[in-house]
Structure formats: C-alpha cells, structure tokens
Design a protein around this ligand. Sequence first.
Ligand SMILES: [Zn+2]
Length: 201
Amino acid sequence: MKVKKALLIVDVQNDFCPAGALGVPEGDKIIPRINQYIKIFSKNKLPIFVTRDWHPKKTAHFKRFGGIWPPHCIQNTKGAYFHPKLKLPRKTIILSKGMDPKKDSYSACQAEDVNSMSLLDLLKIFGIKDIYIGGLATDYCVKYSAVDILKNGFKVKVLMDAIKGVNLKPEDSEDAIRGMVRMGAKKITLECLLTRRKKCP
Ligand SMILES: [Zn+2]
C-alpha cells in the first residue's frame, strides 16, 4: 500500500506575522511557498491540516498570568485569524490549541478539531503515515509538533523552505531543526519534493 501523506501547516496567523502581537520576523514570507505545497497536496487529494493558536483572554501562557508571552491569538480576534494570504481549500481541517488556560500547548498533538478529535486520532482515521510540516514558528510550535508526531510513530518531513523561527536566541531555529532531525525527521524543500531528487537539504 502506498504510504499516505498529509500536510500540516502550523499557526500561520496574523499575530505570528510581522505587525502581529508576536510577529515572527519575515513570518509572512513563507506563505507563497506554503500555498504551493497546499496546491500539490490538494491536487493529489491528500488531507491538509492547519493548526491555530486559540487562546482565552486569561491563560497562564501569557506574561500577565505567569507565562512568557505577550497576549496573542485570542479567540475570535483578528490576531488569531489565519493570514489573509494563506489560501486554505474548503476541505482543510482546522485544529485549535491553547484553549486550556493552565497549559502552553505548543504541539499540534494537543490541538483538536471542531468535533474535539485530536490530530493523532485524525491521522489514524485517515491512515496517514507521513506528515509534511511547515509554518510558524520553527523553534516552538513546529518543533514541538514534529517531535510529538515522531514520538507517536509517524514519519515527519520538515518543509525547510516553509518555516520561520522566533529566535529569541539567534541559534534557536538551527537547534530546533537539529533536534527534529535527531528524532528522525527528514528535511525537504519544494524543489526536492517535485524533482524527487535523492539529495535533499
Ligand atoms: Zn500561544
């Protein structure tokens, strides 16, 4: 049986893009590339999942309530909406995370869809073995998601041309990528996906 693949786009929301409450430098620059991946997965009728940070106003995730972050991605506010340039097909499965006011929830594995199904449940239902992951931010939600998914026995490909990091410390993204690879993730780019070149990054 052919290994079934899915695309997972992490947190491409206004607040994580420049001018947002927690803007990732050049976070919006990856959107055209993400849209290219979306097109390919759509065309091949493969599932597309997107996660969004979806916080209540008061959460221990925010600085004011004991966390490390300024308020961001508060439910039903502009900052929490997907970036307007992100072209999500109608069939996209949206998973929300960070609703629990006591937890940080960086990982897509802590996210759930509108029917409270978790990402892992959905991957199993769809029979997916191989997850292609991109989005924001490399050193937080992308990393935590990739590592969690790997730990649950799935394969992960990191879309090197469709991720961007916060880099509170300058080397954070590099470290995150090294960490994901150490856990078994493979690095790919659109070029290497399309040409099936053996030599990926
Ligand atoms: Zn958050």
